[in-house]
Design a protein around this ligand. Structure first.
Ligand code: SF4
Length: 550
């Protein structure tokens, strides 16, 4: 397949000649430049680089340097070196061979500008638009999504280390911006406690001594906060991020009783997902998914999975670690719709699927959300020999339900469950149930009649429909395609460092994931254009010995 390059800055003739001589069989960046062009152009960066703020180099070049940096997992310094010394990079960037490149710090500044202007996600969108123009990507196909955990770039701290480091970070911040103000406040013993990093091996052993130290740190922090919030103190001190972190941490970790600062008991702390562990990344949160626990973030990756096109990442969404997968289904669908890339079928695991999402994705975006729903957990369904909800016939117009023994319900009351969801309470006649020969299959209540709870009609029907379908081979065959996203996450983690934050904070981590997605797309389109097949899932040597299923 040959694509028309997008030309905004032609490759200098000498660079072209030398690069083609150096890479007679091609090279990923030479092909990218020849086939896809520069991907980005300067006008898209206008919101963050107004005329007077133009960097020395074109923003499109800085964006492309960052993409190539992510393709190879380079540091800023290594990327600057590559611009200076590598022919393939100069070719992709349309630079003369003699171009000396720039300073590595420009890349950090560039990322900060992208974050301030909120331009990061637009970079992936621009790339996808280029792919759409060139027929590599189309809407209304199949897509699949899964999430994985991302570790924050911080040292994991216990509570005592955390409060000590939070106070130390605030002192360091004040010592940088208001040294004279701080010097007049602190006493000499503070230098003994907070001049060096707070580390577990230096902390006292035994609960009493540790609580005493915790309350000593709490009292010091309280003194500092009181001084910062004194009317005579410069008001801008309160705005320092380290002071805000200190204030929040002290609310979480301490309470004041009889004018003394007290250490909260573990049971009195706010939920782990609302607290931060380290003052150096206050967005990072404790997360927990099945048996995995971590501090940091979660990233949701969505890719196309049609057989007749490359599998491209069309959306990445980074969230704090505690956000559940089901909370992200609707935002992902909305984002895909906004890009004009809503799929016909969206494959996702049970975490992304519930009755409401099945209905909303269909009605709002015409997306078939294909994933398993929670099974019916009633004893009747689990033992597979009783009358579970699927055995009852609902007449929605009449507002009645008929049981397997032909009795009609006598109660139909709209209500709400403990989580605020709309439900309908159904009850049967006491006498009819008492005399029923099938009662042991229907209810274990001593004397009460059978009761069931329905969701509103569209949700009930969607749930029952999927519960019935997911037991069939045809459904399992269709859903089997979802598993491919595991390979994409594995590629992103192993080859592109997705698992570990390169930067601090949610905004920078989000940008990291956008560039990771773009880098993966560059590699995948190159594989597609050079007819390299998708690698098969590897099996361990031992697993390969297992006899094939009959
Ligand atoms: S127990 Fe009541 S609801 Fe259940 S099958 Fe018998 S009559 Fe119907």
């Amino acid at each position: 397949m040959s694509l028309q390059p997008q030309e905004i800055s032609p490759v200098p003739e000498e660079t072209r000649r030398v690069a083609h001589a150096a890479f007679p069989k091609g090279n990923i960046y030479v092909r990218m430049r020849d086939e896809i062009g520069t991907i980005f152009d300067d006008p898209m960066f206008e919101p963050v680089f107004p005329a007077r703020g133009q960097p020395a180099d074109s923003p499109w070049r800085l964006a492309l340097i960052t993409v190539m940096q992510f393709v190879e997992g380079l540091s800023d310094r290594q990327a600057a070196e590559a611009v200076r010394g590598r022919i393939d990079w100069k070719y992709a960037l349309s630079l003369e061979l003699t171009n000396p490149g720039g300073d590595a710090s420009v890349l950090c500044e560039f990322r900060s500008r992208l974050i301030e202007g909120g331009v990061g996600p637009a970079l992936l969108e621009t790339m996808l638009s280029r792919f759409k123009e060139r027929g590599l990507l189309k809407a209304r196909g199949q897509q699949r999504t899964d999430s994985t955990h991302v570790l924050a770039a911080i040292r994991t701290l216990n509570r005592l280390e955390s409060v000590g480091e939070t106070l130390r970070a605030a002192l360091n911040s004040l010592a940088t911006v208001a040294p004279d103000w701080l010097s007049s406040l602190v006493s000499p013993d503070w230098f003994e406690r907070y001049a060096t990093r707070i580390e577990e091996y230096r902390l006292p052993k035994g609960e009493v001594a540790r609580i005493a130290l915790g309350e000593r740190i709490g009292a010091d922090g309280h003194v500092l906060l009181a001084a910062v919030y004194e009317p005579s103190a410069p008001s801008w001190l309160r705005e320092l991020p380290a002071i805000q972190a200190l204030r929040l941490a002290w609310v979480h970790q301490y309470f004041v009783e009889d004018d003394a600062v007290r250490w909260r008991k573990a049971a009195d702390l706010p939920p782990a997902g609302t607290r931060f562990d380290s003052p150096y990344d206050t967005d990072a949160r404790y997360g927990n998914k099945r048996s995995t626990t971590w501090t940091g973030y979660k990233v949701h990756v969505t890719e196309t999975c049609d057989a007749d096109a490359p599998h491209l990442i069309v959306h990445v969404e980074t969230t704090p670690a505690p956000v559940t997968d089901s909370d992200m289904t609707a935002p992902i669908h909305q984002a895909l719709a906004d890009k004009g890339l809503a799929p016909t079928t969206h494959l996702a695991d049970a975490g992304y699927v519930d009755a409401e999402l099945l209905v909303i994705s269909q009605t709002k975006h015409s997306i078939e959300l294909l994933g398993p729903v929670r099974p019916d957990v009633s004893w009747q369904a689990k033992e597979n020999k009783g009358f579970d909800i699927s055995a009852f016939v609902v007449d929605w117009e009449a507002g009645t339900v008929t049981c397997p023994m032909g009795q009609t319900s006598v109660d139909w009351t709209p209500t709400r469950d403990n989580w605020g969801n709309d439900t309908i309470h159904i009850g049967f006649h006491r006498k009819a149930c008492a005399a029923c020969p099938s009662r042991p299959l229907c209810t274990r209540a001593k004397s009460d009649p059978r009761e069931i709870t329905l969701r509103p009609r569209p949700l009930h029907e969607a749930l029952q429909n999927v519960r019935a379908q997911q037991e069939t081979d045809a459904w399992r065959d269709r859903y089997g395609k979802r598993a491919g996203i595991e390979g994409t996450l594995s590629q992103a983690v192993r080859a592109f460092g997705l698992r570990r934050c390169r930067y601090l904070g949610l905004a920078k981590t989000t940008l990291q994931h956008v560039f990771t997605a773009i880098a993966i797309n560059v590699v995948r389109v190159d594989a597609w254009l050079t007819d390299r097949p998708i690698a098969k899932t590897r099996r361990s040597a031992f697993a390969s010995l297992a006899p094939m299923a009959a």
